[in-house]
Design a protein around this ligand. Structure first.
Ligand SMILES: [Zn+2]
Length: 239
């Protein structure tokens, strides 16, 4: 059975569309939903065309030089690994509205529609803005939790798009964190915060340094190997 994931399925609700439609691009298959169509009808339609869509997707990807979706810019309907959990990102065609998180957990953004490349850029920016606000709160809570243990307090937190690093600590104890930590499991984000907090005392990776890290998070080697194993894929997709 070909799953939605195999198709890199993306749903687009459209006010203008008259009928259900599948669009196949190298980054995945898009199912266009007119307003009047219900979910079961849409599912039924998709199931009938699943094999066709998959073959066409394979074919297009082969012809586009074997580009994998992970190398392509972020598009709507994709799954965003928010806090390590696949979370749907829904693009609604219409009057522009900022990205928000729905009660069911999915991200939703309203865009007027247009070229997919342009849209991908807009979605990425919107996601970045949302994550920067979310992460600031999240990291403040982590610092409140872990700083008192050894009295190590960063001067300020900066959320940034960094190409190669997860975090760093400036000479005045300003903590820089990669926004992509929003897409790692929560304990990995906590580990990077702890890692930088501990650099306030030791500006190196000595045995004393790692002992201090272990005091806050005894399972730190697991977090580190998670980043080694999955980090580059995240950086390649979103970085
Ligand atoms: Zn370090």
């Amino acid at each position: 059975m070909i799953s939605d994931r195999d198709l890199d399925l993306r749903l687009r609700e459209s006010k203008r569309a008259r009928a259900l439609r599948l669009i196949v691009r190298p980054e995945g298959v898009e199912l266009v939903l007119p307003r009047h169509v219900g979910e079961s009808e849409a599912r039924h339609f998709l199931d009938r065309h699943r094999v066709w869509a998959y073959q066409k997707l394979e074919d297009i990807r082969r012809r586009s030089g074997g580009l994998k979706p992970s190398c392509l810019p972020l598009t709507g309907g994709a799954f965003v690994p928010f806090q390590g959990v696949a979370t749907e990102l829904i693009v609604v065609e219409g009057v522009r509205r900022p990205l928000h998180r729905r009660l069911d957990g999915a991200f939703e953004i309203h865009l007027p529609g247009g070229a997919p490349e342009q849209e991908a850029v807009e979605i990425r920016h919107a996601l970045y803005r949302w994550v920067a606000v979310w992460m600031r709160t999240e990291v403040s809570l982590l610092i409140d939790r872990f700083s008192p243990l050894e009295g190590l307090q960063p001067r300020q937190i900066r959320i940034k798009a960094m190409k190669t690093r997860w975090g760093s600590l400036g000479p005045k104890n300003d903590m820089n964190l990669n926004w992509l930590l929003a897409f790692t499991p929560p304990e990995v984000l906590a580990y990077v915060v702890i890692h930088e907090i501990c650099h306030i005392r030791f500006r190196n990776h000595s045995k004393d340094y790692w002992d201090l890290v272990a005091l806050h998070d005894p399972a730190w080697p697991e977090r580190r190997s998670w980043l080694k194993q999955h980090g580059s894929a995240l950086l390649a997709r979103f970085g």
